[in-house]
Design a protein around this ligand. Structure first.
Ligand SMILES: O=P(O)(O)OC[C@H]1O[C@H](OP(=O)(O)OP(=O)(O)O)[C@H](O)[C@@H]1O
Ligand SMILES: NC(=O)CC[C@H](N)C(=O)O
Ligand code: SF4
Ligand SMILES: [Mg+2]
Length: 508
C-alpha cells in the first residue's frame, strides 16, 4: 500500500479551518502585512513531532499566522495544521500523539502568496507517483503565478493559492524518473527565494536556493540530524549547530546518513541582509556570527555616522535594543529603558490588517514617564516601514514630557518591496519611498532623523563596504537591486507600482 495521509487527522485539520478562517476574515484586510516563515525538520528521533513543536516554538517570531507539522511513521504520513501560534495548537499531548513517527517537519507561516486560510498552511502534502511528499517553505517564488498558469493549462489541479504548491506540481509533472531528479528539475524552474524542508518515504530533503536568500542551518541532537531556519531552534532542543546549508546545496537525510549535492550552477550568494537587522532572533548565529553582535555593531556605526548631543539612548523594544546598546556604548551616553513593552503583545510589524497594527503599537509600548520627562533622547529602532511605530512612539514620548527626540534607524531607508518571503508592503505604502528624510522626520514628529548608510550596514556585517558591482547580500528593499528576475511582476506590475507611488506623493 502506498503511504497516505491519515484521513482521520486530515478531517481534524479541516475542522480547524472552518473556525479559524472565519475569525481571520473578520479581522484582516486584503492588505495583509506579510513577513517571514520558519521551517524545521528531524529524521530519526523518538517522538519527532514533539521535537519539531519545540523547534517551531523557537522560530515563532518568523511567522505567527499559522503553524503545521507533518510526521512519517514508516508507513503513513500524519499532518496537523492550524491557524495561530505553535503554543495552543502543538503543546498538547493529544496534538503530538496524533503525529506519530520518528521523522517530522514543521512550519510557522507568515503568508507572502495566498491568504491566511488553512488550505495554504504548511507543510503542504501530496501523493506523488513516488509516494507521500510534504513540503515546508521559507521564501517566496517570484515566478509562481506564471508557472501556475502554465501548470493549470496542462491539467494541474491546485488545492491552495500558495506559491509553494507550484513546486509540488512541478515535481509531479516532471518527466524525470527518480524523486530526487524530479525535485531538482522542479527547482530549476522556480525563481526567487526558497529554503525548503521536505519529508518523503525516501528521506528528508533540505535545500536552499542558489543565492541562499533565506537562511537554513544543519544541526544534530544526539546522533540525529536536524535542519532549521535558525540556530536558536537547535538551542531549544539541546542540539548542536553543525553549519549552514550552503546556498544551492541540497541535503538528503535518510537511514543511509547524510548526502549533500550541489545541483545548480554556482552563483555568488546573496543572503538577505535584513535577517541581520530584524528578522532573526538575536541569539541566533548567521554563519558563525552572532546576530546580537552584528546588531550592536550596527548601533556603533550608526553613532559614528550620526552622533547626537543628548541625555540618554532609548531603544524601541524589541528589535531596536541591541543597536541602541551599540549606539550608547559608542557615544558614551547612558542606555536607558525609556519605553517598556508588554510581553503579551506580538510583533506589530507582522500583525495582519491596518486596524490591528495600529492597536498593537498602542498596546505594546508605554513610556517610562519618570525617566524621560524633560530629557533629550536618542531613540533607536531597526527600521521604518510604514512609519506607524515611529509616529505612535514619538507622540507617546512627547506626551510623557520628552524635551527632544532624535530618531536613529539601524537600516537604510526601506524604499522597495521585498518579493523574497517578507512583505514589506507595496512601494506606495513605504514611507521612505514617498518622502525625503527631512519630510519623514516632520511626518513622524522627530527633532531629527537619520539612517545608517549602506556602507555602514555592510561594515557592521563584516564587509569593508558594499561591492556595487557584485553585492555580497540581497539588499533590494533598500537599493531596488533585485538579485533574481521578478517574472510575475512583469513590466505592467512594475509600472503599476510606480503609478501608485506617484499618486501617493501627490496626496502627501
Ligand atoms: O514603520 P512600521 O510600519 O511601524 O514598521 C517598523 C517597525 O516594525 C517592527 O517592529 P515590531 O513592533 O513589529 O517588532 P519588534 O517587537 O520585534 O520590534 C520594526 O522593528 C519597527 O519597529
Ligand atoms: N514568509 C514565507 O516564507 C512564506 C512561504 C510561502 N511563500 C507562503 O506564503 O506560504
Ligand atoms: S528585499 Fe530586503 S527583506 Fe527581501 S530578501 Fe532582500 S534584503 Fe531581505
Ligand atoms: Mg520594532
Amino acid at each position: 500500500m502506498s503511504p497516505s495521509l491519515s484521513s482521520e487527522l486530515f478531517s481534524d485539520s479541516i475542522s480547524t479551518l472552518t473556525t479559524t478562517t472565519e475569525s481571520l476574515d473578520n479581522g484582516a484586510s486584503d492588505d495583509t502585512l506579510h513577513e517571514e516563515c520558519g521551517v524545521f525538520g528531524i529524521w530519526g528521533a523518538d517522538t519527532a513531532a514533539a521535537v519539531v513543536a519545540l523547534g517551531l516554538h523557537a522560530l515563532q517570531h518568523r511567522g505567527q499566522e499559522a503553524a503545521g507539522i507533518t510526521s512519517w511513521d514508516g508507513k503513513n504520513f500524519h499532518s496537523r495544521r492550524a491557524v495561530g501560534h505553535v503554543a495552543g495548537n502543538f503543546d498538547r499531548d493529544d496534538a503530538i500523539r496524533s503525529l506519530p513517527g520518528s521523522c517530522a517537519i514543521g512550519h510557522v507561516r507568515y503568508a507572502t502568496t495566498g491568504a491566511s486560510t488553512l488550505c495554504n498552511v504548511q507543510p503542504l502534502y501530496a501523493e506523488l507517483v513516488s509516494g507521500g511528499f510534504a513540503i515546508a517553505h521559507n521564501g517566496n517564488i517570484s515566478n509562481a503565478e506564471t508557472l501556475r498558469h502554465q501548470l493549470v493549462r496542462h491539467g494541474s489541479i491546485f488545492q491552495s493559492t500558495s506559491d509553494t504548491e507550484t513546486i509540488i506540481h512541478l515535481v509531479a509533472t516532471s518527466s524525470y524518473r527518480s524523486l530526487l531528479d524530479r525535485f531538482i528539475d522542479a527547482l530549476k524552474q522556480v525563481e526567487g527565494a526558497y529554503s525548503l524542508v521536505c519529508l518523503t518515504p525516501e528521506g528528508m530533503i533540505a535545500c536552499r536556493d542558489p543565492l541562499g536568500i533565506r537562511p537554513l542551518v544543519l544541526g544534530k541532537v544526539g546522533e540525529t540530524f536536524v535542519v532549521a531556519s535558525e540556530t536558536v531552534a537547535l538551542d531549544i532542543i539541546g542540539g548542536t549547530y553543525i553549519r549552514q546549508v550552503e546556498p544551492g546545496e541540497l541535503i538528503i537525510i535518510s537511514e543511509k546518513g547524510l548526502q549533500s549535492i550541489h545541483p545548480f550552477k554556482k552563483q555568488k550568494p546573496r543572503p538577505c541582509i535584513f535577517e541581520h537587522v530584524y528578522f532573526s532572533r538575536p541569539d541566533s548565529l548567521i554563519g558563525s556570527t552572532s546576530v546580537y553582535s552584528v546588531r550592536k555593531s550596527i548601533g556603533i556605526e550608526l553613532a559614528r555616522e550620526n552622533p547626537v548631543d543628548a541625555d540618554m539612548v532609548i531603544p524601541v523594544p524589541d528589535s531596536g535594543t541591541p543597536a541602541a546598546i551599540g549606539y550608547a556604548q559608542q557615544s558614551s551616553l547612558p542606555f536607558e529603558l525609556g519605553i517598556i513593552r508588554s510581553h503579551y503583545v506580538g510583533r506589530t510589524f507582522i500583525q495582519p490588517g491596518d486596524q490591528v497594527r495600529h492597536l498593537g503599537v498602542k498596546l505594546k509600548h508605554n513610556a517610562n514617564r519618570a525617566l524621560i520627562k524633560g530629557k533629550k533622547l536618542v531613540l533607536v529602532d531597526d527600521s521604518i516601514v510604514r512609519g506607524t511605530t515611529s509616529v505612535k512612539i514619538i507622540r507617546m514620548l512627547r506626551d510623557a514630557g520628552a524635551k527632544e527626540i532624535h530618531l536613529r534607524i539601524a537600516s537604510p531607508p526601506t524604499r522597495h518591496s521585498c518579493f523574497y518571503g517578507v512583505d514589506t508592503p507595496e512601494r506606495a505604502k513605504l514611507l521612505a519611498a514617498k518622502m525625503t528624510v527631512e519630510q519623514m522626520a516632520e511626518y513622524i514628529g522627530a527633532d531629527s532623523l537619520a539612517f545608517i548608510s549602506m556602507d555602514g550596514l555592510y561594515r557592521a556585517v563584516g564587509e569593508e563596504a558594499r561591492n556595487d558591482a557584485q553585492p555580497q547580500y540581497c539588499d533590494a528593499c533598500f537599493t531596488g537591486a533585485y538579485p533574481t528576475p521578478l517574472t510575475d511582476l512583469g513590466e505592467l506590475g512594475a509600472s503599476e507600482q510606480l503609478v501608485r507611488l506617484s499618486e501617493q506623493v501627490a496626496i502627501a
